[in-house]
Design a protein around this ligand. Structure first.
Ligand code: CP
Length: 311
């Protein structure tokens, strides 16, 4: 039987979520953050992180523990992937042991989608970031953090600034903000890090001041050094002077503007400490919401199996 015939839900990207799924995941995340009782899930999840992570890995683990799930972190340097086992065979092996879901972060763009298409046994997949591809749980937590702060996305102006080209967060956020009715998404950053083709509703700003003027939401991005050669790394001070968000920029933004950053932040490079720690920053709110969003995602993921009222 082909994997496409199995009724197994995955979270691979924002694009494949229905409007009802998107709304449910945001509302459920906010409800959990406000103290709604979580589901109890008699399930086992394995974290497979082929790239470093602090926020995503720990929050998926915390989310599973709060749902009374069993969670196992595979140490990849001690796993059989070092002996040449393919991700497909690892997934089949873990599914055969009764593991219900895999949380996967992988440096290769599209790796989770490829795995989903080639699964030999049913197992749920959660894409925790694939190369420059997608980071759906980050986009969901960005939306939920804004909803929790009473920021309305419908009709808003959103600026996404920095290394857009290599950013899976930017790709997922652009889709998420447009799906939720943002009036305009502006991209700004060094021209070498701008995508060639922009989706409908996305504009390119010539500089940081233009991007943030009247913006309701500003998303700052880290330079993805791991996806480019050292010869093209900019000097931190030069980058900060041209593309680093400072308090003076916030005076140009809408009065109710909020600043997001997926983390890890690099102070004095893409963002100043004054902004990162300032009153308009939602950076630690995002981190906190990340746990609730991942709880909601797991409830949603198993809903069809468990008959939960999700999605
Ligand atoms: N935002 C994010 O993905 O952070 P980590 O790399 O720490 O998981």
């Amino acid at each position: 039987m082909a994997s496409s015939e199995w009724p197994v839900r995955h979270l691979l990207d924002v694009d494949s979520l229905s409007d009802a799924d998107l709304s449910w995941l945001i509302e459920r995340s906010c409800a959990l953050a406000s103290g709604a009782p979580p589901a109890e899930l008699d399930r086992t999840v394995v974290n497979l992180f082929f790239e470093p992570s602090t926020r995503t890995r720990v929050s998926f683990e915390l989310a599973a523990l709060r749902l009374n799930m069993r969670v196992i972190n595979v140490e990849l340097e001690r796993s059989s992937s070092t002996k040449g086992e393919s991700l497909e065979d690892t997934a089949a092996t873990l599914a055969a042991m009764g593991v219900d879901a895999l949380v996967i972060r992988h440096p290769e763009t599209g790796r989770c989608h490829d795995l989903a298409a080639a699964l030999a046994r049913p197992i749920h997949l959660l894409n925790a970031g694939d190369g420059s591809g997608h980071h759906p749980s980050q986009a969901l937590l960005d939306l939920a953090s804004l909803a929790s702060a009473n920021v309305k996305i419908e009709g808003s102006r959103v600026a996404i600034v920095g290394d857009v080209l290599h950013s899976r967060v930017a790709r997922s956020d652009i889709t998420a903000f447009l799906r939720r009715g943002a009036a305009e998404v502006r991209l700004a950053g060094p021209s070498a890090w701008m995508p060639d083709a922009l989706p409908q509703g996305v504009l390119r700003s010539p500089d940081l001041s233009h991007a943030v003027t009247d913006a309701n939401v500003i998303v700052m991005l880290r330079i993805q050094h791991e996806r480019m050669g050292r010869e093209v790394w900019p000097e931190a001070a030069d980058y900060h002077a041209e593309w680093g968000l400072r308090k003076s920029h916030l005076a140009l933004a809408a009065a109710d503007c909020r600043v997001l950053h997926p983390g890890p932040i690099n102070r004095g490079v893409e963002i100043s400490s004054g902004v990162a720690d300032g009153a308009l920053s939602l950076i630690l709110d995002q981190v906190k919401m990340g746990v609730f969003v991942r709880m909601a995602i797991m409830e949603w993921l198993f809903a069809a199996d468990e008959q939960l009222p999700a999605g």
